[in-house]
Ligand binder design. Sequence first.
Ligand SMILES: [Zn+2]
Ligand SMILES: [Zn+2]
Length: 380
Amino acid sequence: MLSHGASDSADLAISDSGTAALISVASAVDLRIPTTMQALVKARPEAGAELREVPVPSPGPGEILIRLEAVSLCGTDLHIYRWDDWAQSRMGTYLPRIFGHEMAGRVVAHGPGTGAVPLGTRVAAETHLVDWTCYQCRTGREHVCANLRILGVDADGAFAEYMTLPERNAWPSEGLAPEIAALQEPMGNAVFATFVEEITTASVAILGCGPIGLMAVAICKFAGAGRVFATDIMPHRREMAAALGADCVIDGAGDVVAEIRRETGGTGVDVVLEMSGAEAAIHQAFQMTTNGGRISLLGLPSRPVTLDLNNDIIFRGVRVYGITGRELWRTWYKTAALLREGLNVAPIITHRLPLSRYADAFDLLSQGVAGKVVLLPSEV
Ligand SMILES: [Zn+2]
Ligand SMILES: [Zn+2]
């Protein structure tokens, strides 16, 4: 479509059928763009979603058009798919909405005012759509922008053959396989949580071994942490944590605090990365942290949790960090460096399915039996 290539008149020509055809681009990437595409749409305020034929979006000012290659599923997507209380209150007025956000794909068109990321480049997305102008954005804290919007929640997302993205949110990822490039976004959560303070030689407990917890296990060992403990209530997740290098895996349903106190000679751990959001685990986090230690809280409890500030934090000199999103772009550089230097997160991906099998993908996620599930939009 003409609008796709508005700023690319040197690169794209418009055929009679209304599709843009490549004339001159250095890479061998096919940049022909159809007028319609398959997309997984949250169409109605009820559980489920629909695969629909919809128009390919046009990149507006500051936006690029991306042909998607891999999109991994996140807990947020499952909330939206199930249409639970959170999804209803967060997205009730936004339907229909294409959801999905952990993506990788290639740039196939430039909207007006873009071009810094060349056509054909494989990119991942920073999924926090920020205004770049508020107090937080102007003081290096874009990840907590006062006017934060989330890709796939507040704007159409990535469970589709094509999507638009602000060019400033694109993270070039040449050299990474699409599914690994897509994984950089959730891996960034784990990187941010892990490196918010020094980790080398520190004893670490990672509570909750879903995909982000598992990535944290691998990151901690790769970065030279001391003893790494991992807890989960599901045996297969504990097995994955052990396979990724955890020194000691503990059943989250048991007396985790006593076991970690015993394993650390009574002192507790230097660092806790709370990845589960389970209320019991959050309390365990404070009980197992050594005096003067630190806790990164990333898991989201489903209801308010009450802490004893005196005895959990103040008198014990514990530092607590709320972890949301990733730091722009410090976390991305660290994530890319870890992958470049050989950190292997591929074992966390357990399933790869074409977009049309989205229902199976969400079933796998619901059952808690999967690691990361990746949908492949190019294999509709
Ligand atoms: Zn996510
Ligand atoms: Zn802002």
